[in-house]
Design a protein around this ligand. Structure first.
Ligand code: IVH
Length: 682
């Protein structure tokens, strides 16, 4: 069985006993103070190996085995629960979900009336007891039968008011957790006070919930997923209501529910609906700003829940669809300091390679120098690393209790690691005082790349040569290059010089969006440059735009607007040189307005994803050119398929994206069909 799971089986009883001991110790930490000697994935795998051994050796099952027990049997408390606080059974794939649903319907002897689908929050289960509208007791789940009294935390949990607007006697059940923002804030305070940050949001929530006397305050959040009436009036009323009605009642009392997570509870009529909702929540995972480790699917109607009943461990009317772990623990081996094309100096973590969400992660961002201090990181630390979907992996925090004493401070550079010059540390993101000139090769390469000025004949080696010869300092100088000076460079003959200068000359006529993109303004890329150019139509209008005016462009908020204004002022000499050299500063398509306003274009209002290799009329187009085409035709582009996708262009060898689109019943077009649709824009 373990081999079928892709896990090595436990060899003998001694190995089994050791695995049980390890799992029990890990569960005690996890459900105790929330610390994590094993990450979730490693713990799950260990317990699955234990379970597999037990299935084959039922006589050898250890009494303290974590299998089949709430919280791995690790914890208990002394406040009895009104009704046991159970666990949830898990499924890991759509197929397992369908099998579970089918067996539930067989048990019921009828189809499930309706489903309720909501995020599975990665926090700690608590019961919050209200007597006549007043919050009187807060209890952890414990072993499911009795929990620990943590009422001292009353008043410190967002979403769990001390008083309800009506005198209800009711028990709210839900998850106490730290949102991402609360986790960041908590670690700032922790490092200031004790120097020991929480290793992740979950352990921060666990530690904070139990802490009695701290000289500082740390905020937690509550999200309810159930409620029980505690008096004769409310008990039958809630027991006879559908889950969605109970949750609406809870929210009506001012208690935060899973609905407030941004991936709220949704009623689904059938399993196809459930599946697309599961996909949708999974797709939202990185945007929620709080940890979810799965999706909970419940029968909504009270009668279905009553008839399905419970096993000793979990309700039969609900299941957790587990999502892959997005956080792992690995070692921070090195910190590298890289200078980007705009002169920004950014630290990057080199990690012991670790598998997260299907990819091997070796590097992770550390944001900026201040961030390293804020997180209290040391070289050699075991660190929690987060990576989900398309997001750049990031180091969250050190796992302080795994320190060996061999860790060393991280060296923070005092001079630019590229040119040795001064560093401007006035902003969070440090920058070489030379700015773009520090890494001119990178900024010029960016300016002449296909998305910008598209000067194909100007490769990296040639840029290096003109830079080395001192002929240019930035990309604007390209337009005033002298024929004889270029001819004098190594390996430049008359023809290649003439061709290069002709290609540069031709680039003067590029539309404003390409010229703007070439500037490499922080906070803008190809797509944003197009929006800005279409909105303002001329470079002069962009340069005179203030923070407010810039925010009229879709996707620009106050912070990005301020950054752009700053950048444009620093880039003034470059823009002046471009204008003086006769580079075009107008956007011919400006009258079309921003893409969002392109009414009547073939892809207006559509989000299009491209996958596989393009053929026929689209064969020569790169992915960027395809994206360009989609935007010209009024559409938006995305790299991943979700329920928001309107159309998938699937070329040859299209893989999982095509399967996913088919499952979500999203329209799929071949390259030929798509080419016909956008013919006028090709
Ligand atoms: S319903 C009878 N809904 O996950 C148990 N549980 O791994 C019904 N959890 O013990 C639980 N989010 O602490 C439910 N939306 C949600 C949840 C959720 C997180 C927790 C809960 C449960 C554990 C099982």
């Amino acid at each position: 069985m373990t081999e079928a799971l892709g896990l090595p089986p436990l060899g003998d009883e001694a190995a089994y006993r050791q695995a049980v001991a390890e799992a029990v110790a890990a569960a005690a930490d996890y459900y105790g103070d929330g610390s994590t000697p094993l990450d979730d994935d490693a713990y799950d795998r260990l317990v699955r190996r234990v379970a597999a051994y037990e299935e084959e050796h039922p006589d050898a099952v250890a009494p303290d085995s974590p299998t089949g027990k709430v919280a791995g049997g690790a914890v208990s408390g002394d406040v009895p629960h009104t009704v046991p606080m159970l666990s949830l059974d898990n499924v890991f794939s759509p197929e397992q979900l369908l099998t579970w649903a089918a067996s539930l319907e067989r048990r019921l002897g009828r189809p499930v009336e309706a489903w309720s689908v909501e995020p599975k929050l990665d926090g700690l289960a608590v019961a919050a007891r209200y007597r006549e509208g007043r919050l009187v007791q807060l209890i952890t789940r414990g072993d499911g039968t009795a929990g620990e009294d943590v009422s001292h935390a009353i008043g410190a949990i967002v979403g769990l008011p001390d008083r309800l607007p009506s005198p209800a006697t009711v028990e709210m059940r839900g998850e106490v957790m730290m949102t991402a923002a609360q986790f960041e804030a908590a670690n700032l305070i922790r490092v200031e006070h004790e120097g020991t940050p929480f290793s992740n949001a979950r352990s921060g929530a666990a530690g904070t919930l139990r802490a009695r006397e701290r000289p500082y305050k740390v905020e937690l959040s509550f999200f309810g997923y159930g409620a029980l009436g505690l008096d004769d009036a409310l008990a039958p009323r809630l027991a006879e209501s559908a889950h969605s009605e109970v949750m609406a009642y809870v929210a009506g009392l001012g208690v935060q529910t899973t609905t407030a997570t941004g991936a709220g509870i949704k009623a689904c009529a059938d399993l196809a609906d459930v599946r697309s909702r599961v996909e949708e929540i999974a797709g939202l995972r990185t945007e929620l700003g709080l940890g979810i480790d799965g999706i909970v699917i419940k029968t909504d109607a009270a009668a279905d829940q009553v008839d399905a009943g419970f096993s000793s461990r979990a309700p039969r009317w609900a299941i957790a669809y587990k999502l892959p772990a997005v956080e792992k623990i690995t070692r921070l081996v090195e910190v590298q300091w890289n200078v980007g094309r705009t002169g920004v100096i950014a630290p990057r973590a080199v990690l012991e390679p670790v598998q997260i969400d299907g990819t091997t992660v070796t590097y992770a961002t550390l944001h900026n120098a201040a961030d390293i201090g804020r997180r209290g990181l040391l070289l050699g630390d075991q660190v929690t690393v987060y990576k989900a979907g398309d997001v750049i992996p990031r180091v969250e925090a050190p796992v302080v209790h795994l320190r060996t004493g061999a860790e060393t401070p991280i060296e923070i550079p005092s001079a630019c690691p590229r040119c040795g010059g001064e560093i401007d540390t006035s902003q969070q993101r440090w920058r070489c005082v030379q700015g773009r000139l520090c890494h001119a090769l990178a900024s010029i390469s960016y300016a002449v790349a296909r998305d910008a000025l598209d000067i194909e004949t100007l490769g990296r080696l040639r840029i290096e040569a003109v830079l080395r010869a001192g002929l240019i300092a930035d990309f604007a100088d390209l337009f005033t290059l002298d024929y004889d000076a270029v001819l004098g460079l190594d390996r430049m003959g008359e023809t290649s010089t003439a061709n290069l200068l002709a290609a540069i000359e031709a680039a003067k006529d590029k539309p404003l969006n390409k010229v703007f993109c070439a500037l490499g303004v922080q906070g803008t890329g190809r797509r944003m440059s197009r929006r800005i150019a279409r909105h303002f139509a001329t470079m002069d209008a962009i340069r005179t735009a203030d923070i407010e005016a810039l925010q009229e462009v879709e996707g620009i908020g106050p912070e990005r607007a301020a950054l752009i204004v700053n950048e444009l002022s620093a880039l003034s000499p470059v823009i002046d040189k471009l204008a003086a050299a006769g580079v075009s500063m107008v956007e011919p398509d400006a009258e079309l307005g921003e893409p969002a306003e392109d009414e009547g274009l073939p892809l207006t209002g559509m989000t299009v994803v491209v996958t596989g290799s393009m053929t026929g009329p689209l064969a020569a187009l790169s992915r960027n050119e395809m994206n360009d085409l989609i935007e010209r035709a009024g559409g938006k582009t995305s790299s991943s398929v979700s329920s928001k996708t309107s159309l998938l262009v699937a070329g040859e060898k299209a893989g999982s994206k095509k399967d996913k689109a088919a499952k979500l019943e999203i329209k799929i077009a071949s390259p030929d069909e798509f080419a016909a649709l956008v013919e006028a824009f090709l």
